[in-house]
Design a protein. Sequence first.
Length: 57
Amino acid sequence: MTYYFTVAAALACPLVMGVMMWMMMRPPGETNTAERQELRALRTEVDQLKSGRDRAL
């Protein structure tokens, strides 16, 4: 029985470490969404400014 606990602990450590590394490498979801929304708003603003400039010429 002790053998199984030793094997389980020996396997759990690298698996948990791999999961933690994978989680830290992923980009955060919330900031990514906020950045996309800001980028979309800025692109819309640039398009509006360009269309206004074209009308003025």
